[in-house]
Design a protein around this ligand. Structure first.
Ligand SMILES: NC(=O)c1ccc[n+]([C@@H]2O[C@H](COP(=O)([O-])OP(=O)(O)OC[C@H]3O[C@@H](n4cnc5c(N)ncnc54)[C@H](O)[C@@H]3O)[C@@H](O)[C@H]2O)c1
Ligand SMILES: CC(C)[C@H](C(=O)O)[C@@H](O)C(=O)O
Length: 417
């Protein structure tokens, strides 16, 4: 099936539905579909990567498969029957350190072309101590940047929502963390990560230097600003643009263009904030933020900071979208080498990334909601990995957490209202 992956700005809304689960519909019985039942087929490229990447991807893949298989049933009036079926075909490809060990490069051509051909891409995480001293072009991280560039996914959405179930896991006081629901819109394919000139050299004193360039053009700022305004419009109508316009020329242009684009969105309230203040405000009073738009490097840092408000970096999903072509969906955390291979990773960020894949990548909002509700249900039933554990809950590993989410996906379908 052709990907439903165009950046459909009108369809953006907060990817996590926190409204109380009020209605419970019985899941339709298992029905053997007639051969004539229309089938939606989606090809998903899986990039497990390194460290905890394979652990969390294997869990998320099962959740995705099950959620897809439950779609297409019309449950009222009885008898139930399938209107359509969803089938996924998964292709697993090496990426990052795993690819370096296998092929000598962090993003083999075959991996990039499989990702480009897919309807959507789900990535675990890349990197690890083993490759930390590699030359730049042989670092796992370089492969990730090449992938984002190769897929042209310039808009990175990183929602940070404090779930009522996890408010005690936040490092912030309950009254500060409670109710936080923000979205960081990070520019992903420009700025200092990609700007030229860059490299190593020597200065006039003969000293070694390393240098990078923060550069943004008008069209790069305009397109990410429009994505952010569209998202803010679907949320609470407030957009805060974060920059360093008191010092950096690239930020001065950023602020000028975001202000200009604001005239297309009179219903959205725009504010500007310097990044140092934003970092402080995020821990002082995070509820003031609705949607944040910022450049590549500030978005990287602020979204990690925002993750701790929610309890753990193991909870935050992300979606990276371009104007066309497949989206890239990944948890915001890294390969966590300190806990890799120990069944300690929290798979929820990757499971929620799979939900974002369904919603933003394939337009399957119903299946996405099913997964989000299953995550809430699993937390309601008291299951916690170590990073979000608090007394009175049940401590589980990555695999068991995945099994519990599967049970919640497979149980009566909670419909959020
Ligand atoms: N998108 C990516 O693939 C990505 C993102 C960030 C970092 N990295 C890479 O990952 C490697 C490790 O980086 P780092 O240590 O700075 O960041 P990290 O996110 O891997 O880990 C930071 C801390 O958070 C914990 N953590 C992360 N994910 C977790 C999860 N799902 N469940 C429980 N705990 C979790 C880790 O155990 C660690 O203590 C580096 O090579 C880095 O470049 C990759
Ligand atoms: C691993 C690294 C290249 C990456 C980034 O800096 O974008 C990571 O920190 C992230 O946030 O996904």
């Amino acid at each position: 099936m052709a990907a439903s992956v165009q950046l459909n700005l009108r369809s953006f809304k907060a990817p996590f539905n926190l409204k109380p689960i009020a209605k419970q519909f019985s899941r339709p019985g298992r029905i053997r579909c007639a051969a004539t039942t229309p089938t939606k087929r989606y090809s998903i490229t899986l990039l497990p990567g390194d460290g905890i990447g394979p652990e969390v991807i294997s869990v998320a893949k099962n959740v995705l498969k099950l959620a897809g298989s439950l779609e297409g049933f019309l449950s009222f009036p009885f008898p139930v029957f399938p209107l359509f079926r969803i089938e996924f075909s998964f292709q697993e490809m090496p990426m990052g350190g795993a690819a370096l060990d296998l092929t000598g490069v962090p993003l083999p051509e075959e991996t990039l072309s499989a990702a480009q051909r897919a309807d959507a891409v789900l990535l675990g995480a890349i990197g690890g101590y083993k490759w930390d001293k590699n030359e730049k072009h042989l670092k796992p991280e370089t492969g990730l940047l090449q992938l984002r560039e190769g897929l042209k996914v310039f808009a990175n959405l990183r929602p940070a929502t404090v779930l009522p179930q996890l408010v005690d896991s936040s490092t912030l006081k309950k009254d500060v963390a409670e109710g936080v629901d923000l979205m960081v819109v990070r520019e992903l394919t420009g700025g200092i990560y990609f700007g030229k000139p860059r490299g190593f050299g020597t200065n006039e004193k003969g000293e070694d230097i390393g240098f990078n360039t923060e550069v943004y053009s008008t069209h790069e700022i305009d397109r990410i600003a429009r994505v952010a305004f569209e998202i803010a419009r679907k949320r609470r109508g407030q957009l805060c643009s974060v920059d360093k316009a008191n010092v950096l020329e690239a930020s001065m242009l950023w602020r000028k263009r975001v202000t200009a684009i604001a005239s297309e969105y009179p219903d959205v309230e725009l504010s500007h904030m310097y990044v140092d203040n934003a970092a402080m405000q995020l821990v002082r009073y995070p509820k003031q933020f609705d949607t944040i738009v910022t450049n590549n490097i500030f978005g990287d840092i602020l979204s990690d900071e925002a993750s701790m408000i929610t309890g753990s970096i193991g909870m935050l999903p992300s979606a990276s979208l371009g104007e066309s072509g497949p989206g890239l969906f990944e948890p915001i955390h890294g390969s966590a080498p300190d806990i890799a291979g120990q069944d300690k990773a929290n798979p929820l960020a990757t499971i929620l990334s799979a939900a974002m894949l369904l919603k933003y990548g394939l337009g399957e909002a119903n299946a996405a909601n099913r997964i989000e509700n299953a995550v809430l249900d699993t937390l309601n039933r008291g299951f916690r990995t170590g990073d979000i554990y608090s007394t009175g809950n049940k401590l589980v590993g990555c695999k068991e957490m995945g099994e519990e989410v599967l049970k919640s996906v497979d149980s009566p379908v909670p419909t959020a209202i």
